[in-house]
Design a protein around this ligand. Structure first.
Ligand code: XLS
Ligand code: NI
Ligand code: NI
Length: 488
């Protein structure tokens, strides 16, 4: 348990990397707390060979319960707590997004990087990449996240040629494999960045130039190899630039056909190398393109079915993408779950006053409880997890902020998980909803669901026996109050 212990000399002793005094550190620390120091790289459940600590003043985050005043402790997420024979860590399967937490530098369209990380140094880009990855795995352990997720170009630098990029990736993937082995942290999913480089400015699989399509295919082939090598439980396709800006230069039908061909090739290749991970589509309506083809889960399902791909894919639902599409997070989860296609979650939230993917850490327990209800009713996420596709605000420049952000997100999900379980155990909402549809459980209602009647029979029934239906209240306010009774 992190404690304030000036006498240990840990925070301000000779080994203090910053050389700051205890008082200075204290003044800077959050919630008036000072982090204890020492290069503790060993969590209760995971072990890792000791390397130089990149977060020397932060210990493995402990669960201290809802009453703690320690900002660097969990209040609701107790990874080791066993619920229904499974630890909370195994239920929630939290994952850290490498791109935000270890490649995000705090840039925005109006300003340059604000985050300066001490590990960003080395003699060449590949050794910097490895050094950064050491810091990342130390973070994964200390924050008690059992998984991580990456894009190929997050972890390894793009080379001058594709062959060089592939070699860079191989070297860093070897390093990741060692770190995974040493720490027990596993890969949730991998993906390829098919949107940053200028070659992809008009799309990758939907680019009008077959040359770009071929290059993207080569890149995804390699990213699949890397994901397999790291035993990823899934592989994500987010179609960042798979869409268009103007129909004046676009053949929409051809682009959609090409995207489908690309996904079929990915399925075939995965099969040929024995990659058994789950393929996931991550819908998003726009940004960076104006019209993205996989706008939301519903259009994704239609696309996959149209092209005979539905057996091979599930959905990675992102909160901020749902709201950009004009939906709630819970709606997107429910639409995917209704078709047995809920795969994983990109856990974040947007700012409803800003019109873009702000990727914030979600601390809205009400929203998350509703999402959890739908996820638990659907039987959970299977091999998916809750991946924090979320980033620090630009001025949040302290290393501690990275911990505080994830602690807040993890606690909010854990809290929502517990509330949702209680709601489901008591079954009041289920009972209400079942009663609301009960007329379809019997009599002519049942024959409608079984499709044993048609308009003729129903018309006869309405004219003879039924008469005018009696309106019944939807009881929304009652149900909102009921939800409130679980929340506060
Ligand atoms: C961008 C997406 C991206 C995917 C992975 O908006 O959320 O980060 O999750 O390519
Ligand atoms: Ni995402
Ligand atoms: Ni996003």
């Amino acid at each position: 348990m992190p404690i304030l212990d000036p006498s240990s000399g840990a925070a301000n002793g000779p080994g203090s990397p910053s050389g700051r005094t205890f008082a200075q550190i204290r003044a800077r620390a959050n919630f008036g707390l000072v982090l204890p120091s020492a290069a503790v790289l060993v969590s209760p459940t995971l072990t890792m060979k000791k390397t130089r600590a990149h977060f020397p003043r932060i210990k493995t985050i402990a669960y201290e319960g809802p009453k703690t005043t320690n900002a660097l402790a969990f209040r609701h997420y107790n990874p080791d707590e066993v619920i229904d024979g499974k630890t909370m860590a195994a239920h929630l399967r939290f994952s850290i997004a490498y791109w935000h937490s270890f490649r995000g530098a705090g840039t925005d369209p109006f300003g340059s990087a604000t985050l300066q990380r001490p590990w960003e140094k080395g003699s060449d880009p590949v050794s910097i990449a490895k050094h950064r990855m050491d810091a990342a795995f130390e973070f994964f352990q200390k924050i008690r996240a059992p998984f991580w997720a990456f894009h190929d170009r997050d972890i390894a630098p793009e080379g001058r040629t594709l062959a060089e990029s592939n070699r860079n990736l191989d070297r860093v993937v070897d390093h990741a494999r060692d770190l995974q082995r040493a720490t027990g942290v596993k890969l949730l999913w991998g993906t390829a960045n098919l949107f940053s480089h200028p070659r992809y400015m008009c799309g990758a699989a939907t680019n009008p130039d077959a040359h770009v399509f071929a290059y993207a295919a080569a890149q995804v082939k390699k990213a699949l190899d890397a994901t397999k090598r790291l035993n990823g439980t899934g592989y994500v396709f987010w179609g960042g630039r798979e869409g268009y800006e103007t129909l004046l230069n676009t053949n929409l039908k051809r682009e959609q056909d090409h995207l489908a061909a690309f996904l079929h090739m990915a399925v075939d290749y995965a099969k040929s190398i024995g990659f058994k991970g789950q393929f996931l589509i991550e819908p998003k309506p726009k940004e960076p393109t104006k019209h993205q083809y996989d706008f939301d889960v519903a259009s994704g399902i239609a696309f996959l079915r149209t092209y005979g791909l539905e057996k091979h894919f599930k959905f990675n639902v992102e909160t901020n993408h749902a709201t950009l599409a004009g939906h709630t997070f819970q709606h997107e989860i429910e639409v995917a779950a209704a078709q047995g296609m809920l795969g994983s979650i990109d856990a974040n939230s947007g700012d409803l006053l800003l019109g873009w993917d702000t990727d914030q850490f979600n601390t809205d327990v009400r929203e998350l409880t509703l999402a959890m209800l739908s996820i638990l009713r659907a039987g959970g996420l299977g091999t998916g997890g809750f991946n924090f596709d979320a980033k620090l605000r630009r001025p949040s420049i302290d290393l501690e902020d990275l911990f505080l952000a994830h602690i807040g997100g993890m606690d909010a999900y854990a809290c929502a998980f517990k509330i949702a379980r209680r709601i489901l155990a008591e079954g009041k909402f289920e009972e209400f909803v079942a009663a609301r549809y009960a007329s379809f459980d019997r009599g002519y209602g049942r024959t409608i669901e079984q499709r044993r009647v048609g308009f003729r029979e129903l018309s006869k029934l309405a004219l003879s026996k039924l008469g005018e239906p009696r309106p019944r209240s939807g009881k929304q306010e009652y149900l909102e109050n009921l939800l409130g009774s679980y929340l506060h």
